[in-house]
Design a protein around this ligand. Structure first.
Ligand SMILES: [Zn+2]
Length: 338
């Protein structure tokens, strides 16, 4: 089981050496999770269950951010529910928690966990009642036996996208299928939803699920020219996908996200062949795989390194880097319901 750990001297040292001069002072986090242990399904979610807090709220998040982003102010962003596989009353409770955090914390917006069977009018009423600004869908909620190959409407039906348009909501979409945004079905539905519902802001999580960057490099060209399309780069640790977003959609479409608590796991996702694999500190015996000592660091640090490389390769200036860490998210959230 991957462990959500505290920063070690190796993490702080890597930040000081590689990232301190790159990361701006003020940060807007477009992808982070809150949850309570009581929201978690009985099996799985061990990574979420192990934190000492019963309720992992913004206060808990802020404490952890001092270890990933030392000296930085993270006072704005988009809150997503954490137990995305929750059922029944747990879904409602999670959405209530997100709403409570939004109500108590200026600068933060929140998204509602949705299931495909939810009626559009129910989603509209709940979003209004809770004061939320977005929707969070997830493939495991599709009801399919095999969810990793689901077409987007199986977990994000068009009726909900229509409501998102009418209510000016954003939607965080972690797409699936083996080749992610290089898959024609994913391209079709993303373009169809964005063109048909222009007041809905669609965020493709994880660099368009670019854990294998070649999928994003290959597929993103099909999504040029959509003014309501954005990509967060959370948890991505291979170079290439962020560059493709900057070059294909523009740097003003790339937004920073930590994917807390994933940010505080050790290891990284690695592209292999036409797929990818997550290597955590407990996936293998690190002492046996290298001729020299290896120490996995926070996923969140690996993804910051990737972003720095992308900024370097694309010759971004300081103000463009600040856009990715804050202004783009602010602009996006300014377009959505408040
Ligand atoms: Zn996430």
């Amino acid at each position: 089981m991957p462990i959500v750990s505290h920063a070690t001297e190796a993490d702080f040292e890597l930040f000081r050496r590689e990232l301190d001069s790159f990361v701006p002072d003020n940060i807007c986090d477009a992808h982070m999770h809150v949850w309570a242990k009581s929201h978690l399904p009985p099996s799985g979610y061990d990574t979420f269950r192990q934190l000492e807090e019963d309720v992992v709220d913004l206060a808990a998040y802020r404490r952890r951010m001092t270890e990933l982003l030392p000296g930085r102010r993270v006072a704005e962003g988009l809150i997503l529910p954490g137990a995305v596989g929750a059922t029944g009353e747990q879904v409602r409770s999670q959405n209530e928690l997100v709403a409570a955090e939004v109500a108590e914390n200026t600068g933060w917006r929140g998204s509602m966990l949705v299931s495909p069977e939810m009626d559009g009018e129910y989603v509209r009423e709940e979003v209004r009642r809770l004061g939320l600004s977005g929707l969070k869908c997830y493939h495991v909620r599709s009801g399919l036996t095999i969810t990793w190959d689901a077409d987007i409407p199986a977990y994000l039906p068009e009726a909900q996208v229509k409501v998102a348009h009418e209510e000016r909501l954003c939607i965080t979409l972690h797409m699936v299928k083996a080749r992610a945004v290089a898959d024609p079905s994913n391209q079709h539905w993303i373009r169809h939803y964005c063109e048909t519902y222009p007041d809905m802001q669609l965020i493709l999580a994880h660099a368009a699920r670019g854990f294998n960057p070649y999928h994003t490099i290959e597929g993103l060209a099909a999504l040029r020219g959509l003014p309501n399309l954005w990509c967060d780069m959370s948890a991505v640790a291979d170079v290439g996908a962020c560059e493709a977003i900057i070059e294909t959609l523009g740097h003003d479409r790339l937004i920073y996200g930590t994917d807390f608590p994933v940010s505080h796991l050790r290891g990284r996702c690695v592209a292999i062949g036409d797929g990818f694999v997550w290597l955590y500190d407990d996936t293998l015996d690190w002492k046996t795989v290298s001729f020299q000592p290896l120490q996995p660091v926070f996923v969140g640090l690996e993804s910051l390194r990737v972003l720095k490389q992308a900024a370097w390769h694309c010759r971004l200036n300081d103000s463009q880097v600040e856009d990715i860490f804050g202004n783009n998210v602010r602009r996006l959230l300014g377009m959505v319901r408040y």
